[in-house]
Design a protein around this ligand. Structure first.
Ligand SMILES: [Zn+2]
Length: 325
């Protein structure tokens, strides 16, 4: 394939958009079919009629380079906005051949409708689909809840009657920004604690709006857990802190979650201290608490949903492949 010239019009980039959604907008803007544009990007396979609402488009490194050239964007800018173009999601393949694939389902993550008001602020009036680790997304700027529903009659749930949900989402974003991957793991653990059968709460995935109902409690709990987890990952947790924490959390969160909380805390016991000289140096210089440790995986995949991240395994999690929808 020869060198590519950029298309006449650049379309604005939307953070978190799926690659399929971006290329569809690029095609619409130029009055071309998506298939035609894809043929310019590289050789590929499509499971069916390509539809950004249903699945995600994946590229190899060479095709990614061509898409950046076609869209008239520096590669770094494109990969910052479009998560599926980041290295961990690239297709393997021969570096000299540009290749793409549009499978039946996303390899990981969910296609969630993007906020129309946020898109409009960027001058985009077509529907935008995001690729997200969980099947929902809350726009805190506009107080709107979006999910994987393709029903255009009700594209979002207005959260103005429930400001506490937007506030909980703000706190979730803050926690993840502060603690990095550990923040995501704790939010997943908090949802899993709420899913314990004795909690008698609805499970994520049982209805469209269950995340809204559970989010405030889950984030409250995740913040609680973060207090303990930071000490633990910094090797500063001692057994007396740990039993005090459990007692306080059980009192605060109600009897029904006692068993689940106890189970969680058993899995997050103080880490074995490293040899002393290293330990002293570590305390002074390194903040370890942003790095996951046992019982969690060290690497936290970008598109892993709640049930893949939590270390808790109740019966319900073992029975259903996708317990959270
Ligand atoms: Zn918005």
């Amino acid at each position: 394939m020869g060198a590519l010239r950029p298309l006449p019009y650049r379309v604005p980039l939307i953070d978190g958009e799926s690659t399929g959604s971006y290329i569809t907008r690029l095609a619409i803007r130029h009055g071309e079919s998506v298939g035609h544009l894809l043929a310019t990007v590289g050789e590929g396979k499509s499971a069916a009629e390509v539809d950004p609402r249903l699945s995600e488009l994946y590229l190899n490194a060479a095709a990614r380079q061509r898409l950046a050239a076609l869209g008239g964007r520096p590669l770094a800018q494109l990969t910052r906005a479009l998560a599926s173009l980041r290295d961990e999601h690239l297709l393997p393949g021969r570096p000299e051949t540009a290749e793409w694939k549009w499978p039946w389902r996303p390899h990981s993550g969910f296609l969630v409708r993007g906020c129309a008001l946020c898109a409009a602020r960027r001058g985009v009036f077509d529907t935008v689909w995001l690729i997200r680790p969980d099947p929902w997304h809350i726009c805190v700027r506009h107080g709107r809840f979006h999910d994987t529903s393709r029903d255009d009659r009700m594209p979002f749930v207005d959260l103005s009657p429930g400001p506490h949900v937007v506030q909980a989402e703000h706190r979730r974003i803050h926690l993840v920004r502060r603690l990095g991957p550990v923040g995501r793991l704790l939010v997943a653990d908090a949802f899993a604690v709420l899913a314990h059968p004795e909690g008698l709460l609805p499970r994520l995935g049982t209805s469209r709006t269950t995340p809204l109902r559970l989010l405030p409690a889950a984030i409250h709990l995740a913040h609680r857990m973060a207090g303990l987890e930071r000490l633990r990952l910094d090797h500063r947790l001692v057994h007396s802190d740990y039993s005090r924490w459990l007692k306080k959390a059980q009192g605060d969160l109600g009897q029904r979650l006692s068993v689940a909380l106890e189970h969680w805390s058993q899995l997050h016991k103080p880490l074995q201290l490293p040899p002393l000289p290293h330990c002293r140096a570590a305390r002074v210089q390194v903040r370890d608490y942003r790095q996951p440790a046992s019982p969690h995986l060290r690497a936290v995949p970008e598109m892993a949903p709640v049930n893949a991240l939590t270390c808790l395994r109740w019966d319900v999690l073992a029975r259903d492949r996708h317990p959270y929808g």
